[in-house]
Design a protein around this ligand. Structure first.
Ligand SMILES: C=CC1=C(C)c2cc3[nH]c(cc4nc(cc5[nH]c(cc1n2)c(C)c5CCC(=O)O)C(CCC(=O)O)=C4C)c(C)c3C=C
Ligand SMILES: [Fe+2]
Ligand SMILES: [Fe+2]
Length: 334
C-alpha cells in the first residue's frame, strides 16, 4: 500500500492537444499589442538577434501596427470571438465526439489564449498520461511547427510527472490531406455562380532567407500546390501572402499576382489558402476583403474566396484519421 499522501496511479488516459498560431483576446489595439508583443518576440518567428530586434519592435512596430491590425480584426470578429480561436474550438469539440471517452481533446494557441501551458495543465489534471501534440500546420515551418513544439516541450519540461509525448508530423502531402482539400475545393467551386479561369493557391509567406537556411516550408507548399493542381480540374498558380518587414520574402507575392491577372486576361478567379487549417484574419480579411479589392480594382470581374477545411465533415474526418494513426499502439486505442 502506498503511504496515504502518495498520488493515486491513474488508468492510462490519452490527451490530444490541437495547437494553432494564436490571436488577440479582443479586436482592440491594447489586446492586439499584447498578442503581437508575444508573437513577434519569438526568435523562431523573427530570426534577428534580440538586441537589434527588440528596440525596433518596442520603438516602432508596437507603436503603430496594433491600431492598424485591430481595425482589420474588427472586420472579421464574430459573436464567438476571433475566427481562428472559434474554429479551433469547434475542431476540438468535433474531434472529441469522434474519438470517444478514452481520449480527452483540448486546444491551445501558441500566442495568446488559451496558452499551451494552461491546456497541458488541464489535460494532465484530467488524468492524461499520454499526450499527442498536434500543431495544425499542414506544411512544416520553423516559425510555426517548431515554435509550437518548443512551447509544448517547455510546458512539459516544467512538470515533475511528465506525460509520454508524441507529435503529429506535417501532413502537407498526405493523401488524406490532399483528398480532403480536393473534396472541399471542388464542392465549393461547383457551387459558384461563375466559372473561374484560374485557382490561386495562396500560402502564408516567409523570409526567403529561411529557404536557404534549410527550412522545408517552401518545398512543402510547392508539393501541396502541385498535388492539388494536378487533380482540381482547373489551372492553378501558387503565391505567398502577408509580407512583413523589409527583407525579401518568398515570391510571387499574392497581392502582386492578383493585380497582374486582369492584364493577362485572367478576370475570373477563385482563391484558396491550403496552408491554413482554419480561416483567420489572413484568409478572411487579407484575401477575402483586400485581395478582392486589389483584383477588382485592376480590372478583374469575378472573385471568390474558398474556405479552409475548418470543421467541415472532410476536414474533421482527415484530422480524426491522422490522429488515430499517431495514437496506434497506445492502449487503449479509440
Ligand atoms: C515576420 C513575421 C511573420 C512570420 C514569419 C509569419 C509566419 C507565419 N504566420 C502564419 C500564420 C498566421 N499568421 C497570422 C497573423 C500574423 N502573422 C504575422 C507575421 C508573421 N507571420 C503578423 C504580424 C500577424 C498578425 C496580424 C497582423 O498584424 O498582420 C495568422 C492569423 C492570426 C489571427 O488572429 O487570425 C496566422 C494563422 C504561418 C502559417 C506562418 C509561416 C509559415
Ligand atoms: Fe503570420
Ligand atoms: Fe496579414
Amino acid at each position: 500500500m502506498p503511504p496515504p499522501d502518495h498520488p493515486a496511479i491513474p488508468a492510462p488516459r490519452i490527451g490530444v492537444l490541437l495547437i494553432n498560431l494564436g490571436t488577440p483576446d479582443a479586436p482592440d489595439a491594447a489586446a492586439v499589442r499584447r498578442y503581437l508583443a508575444e508573437f513577434l518576440s519569438d526568435p523562431r518567428v523573427i530570426e534577428i538577434p534580440s538586441l537589434l530586434w527588440q528596440p525596433i519592435l518596442r520603438g516602432i512596430i508596437l507603436r503603430t501596427r496594433p491600431r492598424k491590425s485591430a481595425h482589420a480584426y474588427a472586420q472579421v470578429w464574430q459573436d464567438e470571438g476571433s475566427p481562428l480561436a472559434a474554429i479551433t474550438a469547434r475542431q476540438s469539440r468535433a474531434l472529441q465526439a469522434r474519438l470517444g471517452e478514452t481520449v480527452t481533446v483540448d486546444w491551445a494557441m501558441r500566442y495568446g489564449n488559451p496558452s499551451v501551458v494552461a491546456a497541458i495543465g488541464r489535460l494532465v489534471d484530467a488524468g492524461v498520461t499520454r499526450l499527442l501534440a498536434a500543431p495544425l500546420y499542414p506544411q512544416y515551418c520553423a516559425a510555426t511547427t517548431a515554435s509550437a513544439m518548443d512551447a509544448t516541450f517547455a510546458a512539459i519540461a516544467a512538470r515533475r510527472w511528465q506525460p509520454a509525448l508524441r507529435t503529429l508530423p506535417p501532413y502537407y502531402d498526405d493523401p488524406l490531406h490532399i483528398q480532403a482539400l480536393l473534396v472541399s475545393l471542388k464542392s465549393q467551386l461547383a457551387a459558384l455562380d461563375f466559372a473561374p479561369d484560374r485557382l490561386l493557391l495562396s500560402f502564408h509567406g516567409m523570409p526567403e532567407r529561411t529557404l536557404r537556411l534549410g527550412d522545408p516550408y517552401h518545398c512543402h507548399c510547392q508539393k501541396t500546390a502541385r498535388l492539388v493542381g494536378e487533380r482540381v480540374g482547373l489551372p492553378t498558380d501558387i503565391a505567398f501572402q502577408s509580407r512583413f518587414g523589409r527583407a525579401k520574402w518568398l515570391e510571387p507575392a499574392t497581392d502582386t499576382v492578383l493585380k497582374a491577372y486582369p492584364e493577362q486576361g485572367v478576370t475570373k478567379i477563385a482563391i484558396a489558402a491550403p496552408g491554413f487549417s482554419a480561416d483567420c484574419l489572413e484568409t478572411i480579411e487579407e484575401l477575402g476583403i483586400r485581395g478582392r479589392e486589389d483584383f477588382l480594382a485592376a480590372g478583374g470581374t469575378h472573385f471568390a474566396r474558398l474556405e479552409c477545411l475548418n470543421d467541415s465533415e472532410q476536414g474533421i474526418d482527415m484530422l480524426d484519421r491522422l490522429i488515430r494513426r499517431e495514437l496506434a499502439g497506445w492502449w487503449p486505442t479509440p
